[in-house]
Ligand binder design. Structure first.
Ligand SMILES: *Cc1c(COP(=O)(O)O)cnc(C)c1O
Length: 326
């Protein structure tokens, strides 16, 4: 690799230490345990055509996970909403990924005790990105079910807490690329499918939609797909899903904030059913995007900023009231 290569920073805005900066200028302290130990939790919500999608559901998950990891944030939901909306406004993006992160931070004195750490909050908005590119969304993904690596045990790292423990997923991607597949899902030790790098999986089997119950992050898009199945009166089983049953499914798709509901048409070099994108997958994908301007599931960026303006002064900094513990 050439040393003259420069990392690419997309346009976007980050929030670090009370300041808003271009993404390319945002830095974190090298001693932050979030970086050194993966000691952090995070969430990613998206903005589509100027509206946040299911922000409340993302906040429910994020604030619960911050608590579970014994992290403390001085921001409440309103304070954080103000910061996220301000990142999006400053980025000028209509379609964005908005990431919020709470890290262990670092202690105020020499200490290896996590209780001594001063926790930190970061956020940023960047252009919306997709797990599957345009061609893959049109024709369906070629997915590898990994053999060489299993998903980290849920008894070791709680997968329902969104986390940066991705080494298993990344190694799985290398296996997929070796096999000329485009993406990967990992199984648990018992050979049941779990999830892939940043997405959940669904399979239509015997006319019922199935998705793994455990060993996975409970994705907001997974929840949305389940809600949409209920809307079209398609029964859903949240259950164990052996890899062989997925290979023999009528339809398979993956779900993520990074792209919604995306078809899988080849698994381990074999077509799923006839190898065409399934009718149900297309229908759910259509409904998913239709829901993006439904006020029940979305909030305008400006509306959110106005609603929480009391939390940010004219420079967009959180006011003292927003910084105080709720
Ligand atoms: C974020 C993520 C997902 C998908 O969750 P969404 O809320 O739908 O974006 C699934 N698995 C892992 C490991 C993730 O990090």
């Amino acid at each position: 690799m050439s040393t003259s290569k420069q990392p690419y920073f997309p346009p976007g805005t980050a929030y670090v230490d009370g300041d808003y900066l271009p993404l390319s200028e945002a830095r974190l302290p090298i001693l932050d345990w979030g970086f050194l130990h993966g000691d952090a939790t995070y969430d990613v919500v998206h903005v589509w055509k100027g509206r946040f999608f299911r922000l409340d559901a993302h906040f429910d998950r994020f604030f619960r996970n911050v608590d579970r990891m014994h992290l403390e944030m001085e921001l409440d939901r309103d304070g954080l909403a103000a910061i996220l909306a301000e990142c999006v406004r400053r980025s000028g993006l209509e379609d964005a990924f908005v990431e919020m992160i709470c890290t262990r931070g670092m202690p105020a004195m020499p200490s290896r005790d996590p209780r001594d750490a001063i926790n930190r909050v970061y956020a940023f908005a960047m252009p919306f990105g997709w797990v599957a590119d345009e061609k893959q969304r049109e024709k369906g993904l070629h997915l590898r079910i990994a053999r060489s690596v299993t998903r980290i045990s849920p008894h070791a790292v709680d997968p329902t807490v969104k986390n940066y423990h991705w080494l298993d997923l990344i190694m799985g991607l290398y296996e997929a690329y070796d096999q000329e597949a485009e993406n990967v899902v990992l199984c648990d030790e018992a050979g049941n499918v779990t999830e892939g790098p940043g997405f959940n999986l669904f399979a239509l089997i015997d006319g019922r939609m199935k998705t793994p119950a455990s060993g996975v992050l409970e994705g907001i898009t997974r929840k949305t797909a389940i809600d949409l199945c209920e809307m079209i009166q398609l029964p859903v089983d949240v259950t164990t899903l052996p890899a062989d049953r997925v290979r023999g499914a009528q339809e398979v798709f993956i779900t993520s904030t990074a792209g919604g509901i995306m078809p899988v048409t080849v698994i381990d070099d074999q077509p799923v059913a006839d190898g065409e994108v399934g009718e149900t997958t297309r229908r759910l994908d259509g409904l998913y995007w239709d829901k993006h301007d439904d006020p029940a599931w979305s909030t305008g960026v400006d509306e959110l900023r106005r609603r929480h303006l009391s939390h940010a002064d004219f420079r967009g900094r959180p006011s003292m009231s927003a910084l105080r513990t709720p």
